[in-house]
Ligand binder design. Structure first.
Ligand SMILES: C[S@@+](CC[C@H](N)C(=O)[O-])C[C@H]1O[C@@H](n2cnc3c(N)ncnc32)[C@H](O)[C@@H]1O
Length: 498
């Protein structure tokens, strides 16, 4: 269809063969009908034309293209070509993650894994969870299995697996991805278990007994950020954020019911942005699972590497003062062995408010995403310089070398008092940046940043603008311990409003 002699602004109509100016969507629709238009879009997609070019050629948005593909195939596929041959059975030189920042530059394409199902998670995530928290023969549940990533990993690692999805087309895709026989050498110490894959709603885990599952790996939709089906009843990706959080309450209750006491439930979840301000779906979802009775064992930050950090996006990020979302949260919950466990106190550095001075000289390449990773020796300096340049205003940080043993409630109350004080001298449009860090208290993690966001959510003069993650880029090998080393901090950026 593509003629190299054509000008970039022209294209041949795939139906009547006439040369037309882009976009040709309107022409195809009026001259050849809606069905021909949809077929032409799908043909271009199947031929490997990239999404941006399809948008330009047919005059449709990315959302409309997703809708056409999802409707035609019953699921949200990024590419329509058939799966490829298996080239390897395991990731090269795999090592368990040892800190709270997980970053997989290559998403992983061993066995049948690929990025065809839109929004699927990197197989490194379930691999880490399964190897850290289960033994061969244990039972893993994925109630939102999508394209089958968790089920494939469970099968490769000799674990039993129950995999469900609301969408029958996902069950088909998962079964297709499970159609392999791994070489025997992979399983010297365990048998191969074929996962049980079926259509099901994560809010009602029918047929799964109470206290029967050893690990839950859950990757729900992030409300309606990506639409997974066009019309299936019960698809959580069709819901608004408040509706989504309400339904996740039912998911958390079911996960709690089926999990064995003392075992883990991990949930990958991300934030969204509305009117240039963050909507903290991640922290809200953590709240939903804590209210269901879970305790927080780990708070992992998963870096995303698919966001643009140069050129057009970089300029927009600075011009319109917003950061590109570059992280998701992977809270790992535990079902306590004995019902109610009282919250332990933690030793937390005392908060203090300071005015941010303008930077002595501007930062050469200011950060444009929500993850700021710097060499350990420059972490403090570059973080401060970036805050000063982008936000000015006030910072609520920590007093160096002064820690107090407090409950989470006491700590957030102290922060609220400081914020109220700062607000007395602040103008609308200014920013208040709050530095926060999660701390381990006894067996569990105190989600300090989430608690601060919850507490300040009540304040009518503050509108949360960004949640930034800062961390050292120190990738030196860490010993594998029972817990992950907490290496990240948060910058909670608030805009002062009337
Ligand atoms: C983020 S995707 C999961 C991707 C998966 N981790 C993978 O690697 O392919 C979310 C999935 O949740 C499914 N889903 C939406 N609502 C559901 C519900 N109520 N119960 C079960 N699955 C649901 C969607 O069909 C979609 O496949």
């Amino acid at each position: 269809m593509k003629n190299p002699l054509l000008e970039k602004s022209k294209v041949v109509c795939p139906i009547c063969g006439t040369i037309r100016s882009k976009p040709i969507g309107e022409h195809i629709r009026t001259e050849h009908g809606e069905q021909a238009f949809i077929q032409a879009v799908l043909d271009a997609k199947r031929a490997g034309v990239n999404d941006a070019e399809i948008g330009e050629r047919f005059g449709i948005t990315f959302r409309q293209l997703e809708h056409i593909v999802t409707k035609a195939y019953g699921m949200n596929l990024s590419v329509l070509s058939r799966p490829k041959r298996i080239r390897s059975w395991a990731p090269p030189s795999f090592q368990l993650e040892t800190t709270t920042v997980w970053s997989f530059k290559q998403r992983g394409n061993w066995a049948t894994h690929d990025g065809r199902y839109r929004g699927n998670w990197s197989p490194y995530i379930p691999r880490n969870l399964i190897l850290r928290y289960t033994q061969p023969g244990d039972l893993v549940l994925d109630p939102f299995v999508g394209g089958g990533t968790t089920a494939v990993e469970a099968k490769l690692l000799g674990r039993k697996c129950i995999a469900r999805d609301i969408n029958p087309a996902c069950v088909e895709l998962t079964l297709e991805n499970l159609r392999f026989s791994p070489p025997h050498t992979l399983f010297s110490e365990s048998a191969v278990y074929e996962p049980e894959v079926s259509v099901g709603d994560a809010r009602h885990l029918h047929g799964i007994a109470d206290n029967s599952v050893d690990l839950i790996c859950a990757h729900p939709p992030y409300a309606s950020i990506i639409s997974y089906t066009s019309s299936i009843d019960g698809d959580l990706s069709q819901l608004s954020v408040p509706e989504f959080l309400r339904e996740m309450g039912a998911v958390a209750a079911e996960c709690y019911r089926v999990l064995k006491p003392g075992r883990k439930c991990a949930v990958l979840i991300g934030d969204t942005r509305q009117r240039k301000h963050i909507v903290p779906i991640g922290f809200e979802t953590v709240g939903v699972f804590l209210r269901a009775g879970f305790r927080l064992s780990e708070m992992v930050i998963k870096r995303q590497h698919n966001c643009k950090t140069t050129g057009f996006w970089c300029e927009r990020s600075v011009k319109h003062n917003f950061l590109l979302l570059a992280h998701e949260y992977l809270p790992i919950f535990e079902k306590p062995v004995s019902g109610m466990v009282p919250e332990a106190n933690a030793v937390i550095p005392s908060p203090v408010a300071v005015r941010i001075q303008p930077p002595a000289k501007s930062v050469a390449s200011p950060e444009t995403t929500t993850v700021w990773v710097f060499p350990p020796e420059e972490l403090e300096g570059l973080t401060s310089a970036n805050i000063a340049q982008r936000y000015g205003g006030h910072l609520i940080g920590h007093v160096p070398n002064r820690s107090t043993t407090v409950t989470l409630e006491d700590y957030t109350r102290e922060v609220q008092v400081l914020v109220a004080d700062v607000l007395r001298t602040s103008q609308p449009g200014e920013f208040i940046v709050i530095q926060a860090r999660d701390f381990r208290a006894g067996k569990y993690v105190l989600p300090v940043a989430k608690a601060v966001v919850d507490a300040l959510g009540q304040n009518p003069h503050l509108w949360i603008k960004e949640i930034v993650i800062t961390a050292p880029n120190d990738s030196s090998a860490e010993p594998i311990e029972d817990n992950l080393r907490i290496v990240h901090q948060y910058l909670l950026v608030y805009e002062v409003v009337q």
